[in-house]
Ligand binder design. Structure first.
Ligand code: MN
Length: 232
């Protein structure tokens, strides 16, 4: 193989509870509108037709407890607190049962979003990338092995900004359950270890500002935090 012209910045690997080995991020898939109350606050009714997806570049991932400048090009940068699935084995055209068996671990994630740009592109029927694939916008907390976490049921999922409650729901409210998400996504991709799926956010999304400290958690998982610093 030829020598590389230059080195790329390393993509962070996510620590895994109880392991001295971290989980390298290969691809980042995100589910849209997967909680009815959030779909409603965005102006949509939910249906059970099929889930839909967007992606974030692994290069735009960062780990919890970091800080990042308020991003350029937006005046409405939003928090979205999410349950993250980490795939542990290859699956393609999986049944929900096979999809469930492919889940290696769960974690907390933040899907930070330039909401103004997302809505503008949505209204113009353009792609969401400028709104969603923001630098440092996919934030991951340490993973917990699936067998330790147990069933995804009515665990609380919450987010605070500067200690003030913004999002508070339970995983029971997920429209597409984790096994269904993996099964459906595997109709379109050969899912494999390294693939992480952000499963959507509950209601209560809203703007953040430079200086804000965002904290979130899900019962049974390592909590997550992000500090926003002044824009560059
Ligand atoms: Mn999201």
């Amino acid at each position: 193989m030829s020598e590389l012209l230059f080195d790329l910045p390393p993509i962070p690997a996510i620590p895994v509870k109880g392991s001295d080995k971290a989980y390298p991020i290969g691809r980042i898939f995100c589910v849209g509108r997967n909680y009815a109350a959030h779909a409603a606050e965005m102006g949509f009714e939910v249906d059970r037709e099929a889930p839909f997806y967007f992606t974030k570049s692994p290069a735009n991932a960062m780990l919890t407890a970091g800080s990042t400048p308020y991003p350029p090009g937006t005046e409405n940068f939003h928090h979205e607190m999410e349950l993250v699935i980490a795939i542990g084995k290859p699956v393609f055209r999986a049944s929900p049962e096979e999809g469930m068996a492919a889940i290696h671990a769960y974690g907390c994630g933040l899907d930070m979003t330039r909401r103004d740009l997302q809505i503008a592109s949505r209204n113009k029927q353009r792609p969401w990338d400028l709104g969603k694939d923001v630098e440092n916008s996919a934030v991951f907390g340490p993973l917990t092995p699936a067998e330790e976490f147990g069933a995804v049921a009515n665990q609380r999922i919450w987010l605070e900004v500067n200690g003030e409650s913004r999002q508070d729901a339970t995983l029971e409210e997920l429209i597409w359950k984790v096994d269904e998400v993996v099964s459906d996504l595997s109709k379109f991709y050969h899912l494999r270890p390294g693939d992480v799926i952000m499963t959507g956010t509950p209601a209560g999304v809203g703007p953040v500002a430079a200086g804000d400290v965002i904290t979130g958690g899900i019962d049974g998982l390592h909590p997550i935090s992000l500090t926003l610093t002044d824009p560059e």
